[in-house]
Design a protein around this ligand. Structure first.
Ligand code: C2E
Ligand code: CA
Ligand code: CA
Length: 880
């Protein structure tokens, strides 16, 4: 059975024939799928070898409204029959048309042929053959009649005919339709029709297949993403599919062959539905609702109008409904295209593919339209423009959706990435903060707690080895601050830190702390100007020799700002004696050892149990000190100070001496801190003051009005009633307040600045002289010292002792002297050990000197004897 047929469409423009649908023609053509392939036409005669004959030129027609019977029609005079032009397209007409086809078979063989009427939408088609001058009804069909009325089951109307040999046969078609009347007629050889039909079927199947897949795929996407644009796309492609299948009769043939009424409705409904879907899709896809309120309003109107047309199909007549749909095609198409272009111009990326899809449809359709209008020749595109355009549009819309989905997903991932980046930044910031919290801000080296943690690990990981901690303290670094300024001093500190780290890291036995990418870090920055590192070795001797080597390298001058600087440092070391010892206590021991370092010749001091104030020796010493104080076991020594310009003895510094019956000489540096810790410092200072004032009276007795300097500890400044006690003693001993000098270290004065300041002011008010001791070793600022009511500054002996050989020391001393003089202080240089230093200090304008070169601290008697014998004393100081 033949199932398919070539679309064949030649419109006949009849001279003077009514053409009521004229204004809608282009749109109608655009909308309806009416395509043909060119046939091979032969005039009059039927060539037996011709596969197909285009029948327009063999066809005549009449239009009637008085409903003549077939016999009447066949007998009408020839003059009534009108000729057709190229195409038979009579537009919308309610009239009944009769068509006559005359075919001559010249050959000696009868010919079996098929007459195809390739326009499936005609309401009623009656086919007659003239037999013995009588019309014989061969078929009564049309799309208002069930499908099985067709002599051949095909979407088009196909009538089998026999053309007897050497005869002219006549056939009649009575056609009545409420839609456009088009009558494309072709005569086919049976097999030619079959093969043509198959080709068509393949092409159409492909078209339906593509559309169906798109519909299902996007339906699936809709259910996945719940985005309305996918649903309106499904509606769009689905309705396009229905329109196509309806127009070319496929749906009638395959879906509802027994319901011509339904078929009719489907045609009326699907076209406006398709338009409705286009508007819905445009609105959803271009997001008019949220982004383009004006366009949204226009599209809502269009949606309402097309929806009315869908409903109208059930209300209005076929004719009106069809015209309405045709009418709507123009605003719908235009609005979509203009919206696409306008959005594109505004930079909406979604609109690009949307517009291209519409242009594709319009361009493809234009081939057909121009061909229908007789402007363009018949061609493949002219014949298939609309289904191709529709498929192209559907495809491009689908790409557009995918593209938009892709962009949205990208945006989503970018957003997500941004969040991830922000989180990463935060983590980095936290890591940096964490690092900062465990690293020194100036040098970036690990801090004490990190150091302790890692060394503890190292100790437990390597129990067989000896672990030693070395604590390096920069001395007099405050002078660097004062000389270079804090910024440069920090730079110098960093430079020094990285240098010692480099040296330590080169040592095989150094305990590794961390790596910062390029450097191995083995040195920690404990506090201020103190650094620490740890060494581990099986052999303690080797470990110490390594430490000594390192110490020597540390001492090498460092180049900074074009200067070769020698930084003065001391090192305290401590060993992990027993398994119970941890880094924290080792560090504390190293700190204690630090106090001893630099006292002798070596910069490095190793912690010994007796250094520890909490060691058993210390504990007994403390009780013994109390005892010594009570039993006059302590002695006060005196060391003279000379005024350089007058070369007179100007004063004596009182220094405590403790000769222990068992341990021998115990240096005040060892027991004073103990006395401070136990509170013994209070009675101790009272005792010293009393002894000093007694000595003062002794000086008076030999006619010397030199002052006596007494060292005051930080604890004394916090003592309530200290000033009153001092004044009481002065009073009691009948010593003028100006004869007493109280020496306070910068650090002591800094400890409790408010309180200290109050006490010192009270003492000043009582006319007691105040002196800043050990100037240059603490961390005080001159601006703070400026507030203190002091009259004298004592440059620490560590700067003075080697100033004759050390240029750096000499510079510091000179700078300090000048600075103090500018600020109105008198300057004492202590630790003068030789004549060269004395001369140097004189040149520098130092006011007073004190040191072993003049005299060592002496007992009261020795001091008085010395005074008698001394050239300094004899020269001028004695007043009689
Ligand atoms: P200081 O106040 O700086 O005392 C000066 C120290 O320098 C003394 O050490 C003295 O013997 C030493 N000295 C003086 N001339 C030279 C010299 O030319 N070369 C060297 N190398 N050293 C010199 P000393 O007597 O061992 O006292 C140590 C510290 O103990 C004192 O330092 C002071 O801070 C403290 N001290 C001593 N006696 C007392 C006291 O009665 N009360 C308080 N609170 N502290 C005291
Ligand atoms: Ca002193
Ligand atoms: Ca001193």
């Amino acid at each position: 059975m033949l199932r398919k047929v070539t679309y064949r469409h030649r419109q006949i423009q009849l001279p003077g024939s009514p053409c009521p649908a004229m204004p809608f023609r282009p749109a109608l053509i655009l909308l309806l799928l009416l395509l043909t392939v060119s046939g091979v036409a032969h005039a009059g005669m039927v060539d037996p070898s011709a596969r197909s004959v285009e029948l327009t030129s063999h066809t005549r027609f009449i239009v009637t409204n008085d409903e003549p019977g077939p016999s009447e029609v066949t007998r009408l005079p020839e003059s009534r029959w009108q000729k057709t032009s190229d195409d038979i397209n009579l537009g919308y007409t309610a009239d009944t048309y009769w068509f006559r086809i005359r075919l001559t078979n010249d050959s000696a063989q009868p010919l079996e042929r098929l007459i195809e009427l390739a326009y499936p939408m005609l309401d009623k088609v009656d086919f007659y053959a003239l037999r013995d001058n009588q019309p014989e009804l061969m078929a009564q069909t049309g799309d208002r009649r069930p499908f099985d009325t067709r002599p051949i089951a095909h979407r088009h109307f196909v009538f089998p005919v026999t053309l007897p040999a050497n005869t002219t046969s006549e056939f009649y078609l009575r056609i009545q339709t409420s839609g456009a009347l088009q009558v494309p007629l072709t005569l086919w050889q049976n097999n030619a029709f079959a093969s043509q039909s198959d080709t068509q079927l393949t092409m159409e199947s492909m078209f339906y297949g593509v559309m169906l897949v798109m519909t299902l795929f996007n339906l699936f996407l809709f259910f996945s993403f719940r985005e309305r644009a996918y649903l309106s796309y499904v509606l769009l492609v689905g309705s396009a599919l229905l329109v196509m299948a309806g127009l070319n009769g496929a749906s009638f043939q395959y879906i509802y062959p027994d319901s011509p009424a339904l078929h009719n409705y489907m045609l009326l409904i699907t076209v406006p539905l398709y338009q409705l879907a286009m508007c819905l899709f445009a609105r959803d896809y271009l997001e008019m609702g949220t982004r383009h309120p004006r366009w949204n309003r226009l599209f809502l109107v269009l949606i309402a109008a097309t929806a009315m047309c869908v409903i109208g199909a059930f209300i209005f007549s076929y004719d009106i409904s069809t015209r309405l749909s045709v009418m709507m095609a123009v605003p719908v198409g235009l609005a979509n295209l203009v919206a696409g272009v306008a959005f594109w111009m505004r930079g909406d990326k979604s609109a690009r593919l949307f517009t291209i899809a519409w242009v594709a449809l319009l361009v493809c359709a234009l081939f057909t339209v121009l061909n229908k209008l007789g402007i363009a020749p018949s061609s493949f595109m002219a014949n298939h423009g609309i289904p191709i355009g529709t498929s192209a549009q559907a495809l491009l819309f689908s790409f557009a959706l995918a593209d938009r989905f892709n962009r949205e997903r990208k945006a989503y991932f970018q957003e997500k990435q941004a969040v991830l980046d922000a989180m990463k930044n935060q983590r980095e910031t936290e890591a940096a903060l964490l690092r900062a919290s465990s690293h020194h801000e100036v040098t970036g080296l690990p801090d004490r707690s990190l150091f302790e943690r890692i060394v503890d690990q190292a100790i437990s990981n390597n129990e067989s080895a000896v672990t030693a901690i070395f604590m390096l303290h920069l001395r007099r670094f405050d002078d660097v601050n004062k000389t270079l300024g804090h910024r440069h001093a920090d730079e110098l500190l960093s430079l020094f830190a990285s240098r010692i780290n480099q040296l330590v890291a080169q040592t095989v036995h150094a305990v590794y702390l961390e790596g910062n990418g390029k450097d191995t870090i083995c040195v920690a920055h404990i506090e201020g100007v103190s650094f620490a590192f740890a060494l581990q070795d099986e052999d303690q001797e080797r470990l110490m020799s390594q430490a000594a080597e390192l110490t020597a390298r540390f001492a090498e001058p460092i180049e900074f700002m074009g200067l070769m600087l020698e930084l003065n440092f001391v090192i305290g070391a401590s060993f992990c004696e027993d398994a119970g010892e941890d880094a924290q206590s080792m560090l504390r021991h190293a700190f204690i050892a630090l106090d001893q370092a630099g006292v002798g010749t070596s910069e490095i001091a190793i912690y010994q149990a007796d250094m520890n104030p909490y060691s058993p020796r210390r504990l007994t010493l403390m009780t013994e000190l109390r005892e010594a104080l009570r039993t006059e076991g302590l002695t006060l020594y005196f060391q003279p100070q000379v005024h350089l310009s007058t070369e007179r003895v100007a004063g004596f510094e009182a220094l405590l001496r403790w000769f222990h019956p068992e341990h021998g000489f115990v240096p005040p540096d060892e027991f004073i801190p103990m006395a401070e810790q136990t509170g013994l410092i209070k009675p101790l200072t009272q005792w010293v003051l009393q002894e000093a004032l007694t000595f003062c009276n002794g000086l008076d007795a030999v006619g010397c009005d030199a002052t006596v300097s007494v060292n005051i500890s930080a604890m004394n400044l916090r003592e309530p009633g200290f000033c009153e006690a001092v004044c009481g003693l002065l009073e009691k001993n009948q010593v003028a307040a100006r004869r007493l000098v109280l020496e306070v270290t910068e650090t002591a004065a800094m400890l409790d600045p408010k309180r200290s300041l109050a006490v010192l002011r009270a003492l000043q008010a009582a006319k007691v002289k105040l002196s800043i001791d050990d100037f240059g070793t603490g961390h005080s600022s001159l601006s703070y010292i400026r507030q203190l009511p002091v009259s004298e500054i004592k440059i620490d002996r560590s700067f003075v002792m080697e100033m004759d050989s050390n240029q750096g020391d000499a510079t510091i001393v000179r700078t300090t002297i000048n600075m103090c003089h500018d600020l109105g202080y008198e300057v004492v240089a202590e630790g003068v050990e030789n004549e060269a230093t004395q001369n140097l200090l004189r040149e520098l304008g130092c006011d007073y000197i004190q040191g072993y070169f003049l005299a060592r601290p002496m007992s009261r008697t020795d001091a008085l004897k010395w005074l008698e014998a001394s050239s300094w004393a004899t020269s001028s100081s004695l007043t009689t």
